[in-house]
Design a protein around this ligand. Structure first.
Ligand code: FAD
Length: 468
């Protein structure tokens, strides 16, 4: 056997699995068909979108004035080419970083499409059709996901006028108007970017709320704040057509409950209706690897498919399509392959929406607890009552903590506010150790910090907050 592990795909799942396996002494190869490593996340997902979010936030901050802070500046001028240059350089630094880590850990990387020939054999097919076969004890499928499109609606995504997230992170000019089909995380993040830079953004969403799986109260407040920033929302609206026009593209939609259809036109339409597992060209059928009813590679509790020696992790398997979930699965699987006891706690996977303010959550929502018949108590604390938030003029939002009524164990934490994506981790650590809201409330928090709102919300679940 030439390798202990061959990983197909170098996204957060694949590259982390490869590095961890190499660190544990296994001989590892990675096969990647993209020109650079890092997968969707580093090339066209998490990283470029966050570079754009940061730059556009800075622009909007200065554009809307710093007068109240006593900082007088002129109107900012947008240089979109430079802004995109910032994004590209951040992506380059990250993908180069993965290439460096492969070298450092003596991981052999092969450029080409990986095709499974059966347990223990992976063909690497290069651009010119040349083929090389790698022999290995274990195969890891980490091929990620691709855009899903709108169920039942044929849409031609040209990445110029009708775009997916990949086109939306590379627009050459700020559109006057942008329609976002799908009010999930990606649509709202990229909608916010272009709205801040000057586009009039309209979101069309099938559900009666934005951010589908989020706690209802938090999602409602987030929508209110985004609407204040200028985003328009059409909820409970079913899109039935997206077509190009002379001036851009038009979207036809009708109320989900039934009723008259409407048409809206915009310079650009972003289709962000979700992602689907990517398994094309892998040869899974011939290799006998089973998929589930949603096209995901089926795995057992140890990431193994129905074919011994073939494993799968990340977006291509069940669970939230998040980079850190893929990474944690990569680490756990590498440990298992090295004879250890890798494990992922799916109950404690934080989710962050990088709008401004950010929305972050971990654990159960109020709706989930109600549906499961769990008796719970709620503690909330608004950032308007937090000194640091006032000092920074970021008083929008709140912390909401859900704890078991009997045991006080924290079951879910939801934060809408500046820096929510950082603050959520103290809740995640607490929940990982099965902590109670009293544990959280009795942990000394530095003053003045936004995180004091977490402590106060914890206090509110069983007694009273101090500053309210
Ligand atoms: P991927 O990152 O998709 O990597 C799979 C890799 O496999 C790709 O490079 C692909 O080229 C390669 N591949 C596929 N088939 C083959 C083959 N046969 N042979 C060789 N190579 C192959 N998640 C977050 O947690 N936080 C965020 O802020 C966030 N922002 C996002 C923003 C956007 C715009 C998008 C689109 C996604 C975002 N995500 C975010 C989701 C995140 O990108 C994914 O969850 C993550 O990339 C999944 O990692 P993965 O390793 O499973 O797959």
């Amino acid at each position: 056997m030439a390798y202990d592990v061959v990983v197909i795909g170098s996204g957060p799942g694949g590259y982390v699995a490869a590095i961890k396996a190499a660190q544990l002494g296994l001989k590892v190869a990675v096969v990647e068909k993209r020109a650079t490593y890092g997968g969707t996340c580093l090339n066209v997902g998490c990283i470029p979108s966050k570079a754009l979010l940061h730059a556009s936030e800075t622009f909007a901050h200065v554009n809307h004035g710093l007068d109240s802070l006593g900082v007088e500046v002129g109107k900012p001028v947008l240089n979109l080419e430079k802004l995109m240059g910032h994004k590209d350089s951040v992506v380059k630094a990250n993908v180069d970083g993965v290439a460096f880590l492969f070298k450092k850990n003596k991981i052999e990387a092969f450029r080409g499409t990986g095709k499974i020939l059966g347990a223990g054999k992976v063909a690497v097919i290069d651009d010119k059709g040349g083929e090389q076969v790698l022999e290995t004890k274990n195969i890891v499928i980490a091929t990620g996901s691709d855009i899903a499109g709108i169920p039942g609606v044929p849409v031609e995504i040209d990445e110029e006028v009708i775009v997916s997230s990949t086109g939306a992170i590379a627009l050459k000019k700020v559109p006057e108007t942008l329609i976002v089909v799908g009010g999930g995380v990606i649509g709202l993040e990229l909608g916010s970017v272009w709205s801040r830079l000057g586009a009039k953004v309209t979101v069309i969403e099938y559900l009666d709320k934005i951010l589908g799986g989020m706690d209802g109260e938090i999602s409602k407040q987030a929508q209110r704040l985004l609407a204040k920033q200028g985003l328009e929302f059409n909820l409970s609206a079913k899109v039935t057509g997206v077509e190009k026009t002379a001036k851009g593209a038009k979207v036809t939609f009708e109320p989900v409950a039934g009723g008259e259809a409407q048409t809206l036109e915009a310079e650009i339409v972003l289709v962000s209706t979700g992602r689907r597992p990517y398994t094309e060209g892998l040869g899974l059928e011939a290799a006998g690897v089973a998929l589930d009813d949603r096209g995901r590679v089926e795995i057992d509790g140890h990431f193994q498919t129905n074919v011994p020696g073939i494993y799968a992790i990340g977006d291509v398997v069940k669970g939230p399509m998040l980079a850190h979930k893929a990474e944690d699965e990569g680490v756990a699987l590498a440990e298992i392959l090295a004879g250890q006891h890798g494990h992922v706690n799916y109950e404690v996977i934080p989710g962050v929406v990088y709008t401004q303010p950010e929305v972050a959550s971990v654990g159960k929502t109020e709706e989930e607890l109600k549906a499961a018949g769990v008796a719970y108590k709620v503690g909330k604390f608004p950032f308007t009552a937090n000194g640091r938030a006032r000092a920074m003029e970021v008083t929008d939002g709140l912390v909401k903590i859900l704890a078991d009524k009997e045991t006080d164990r924290v079951l879910g934490v939801h934060i809408l506010g500046f820096g929510a994506g950082e603050m959520i981790h103290e809740a995640a650590v607490l929940m990982e150790f099965g902590g109670s809201s009293e544990d959280l409330a009795r942990t000394c928090h530095a003053h003045p910090t936004m995180s004091e709102a977490v402590k106060e919300a914890a206090l509110a679940t069983f007694f009273k907050p101090i500053h309210m």
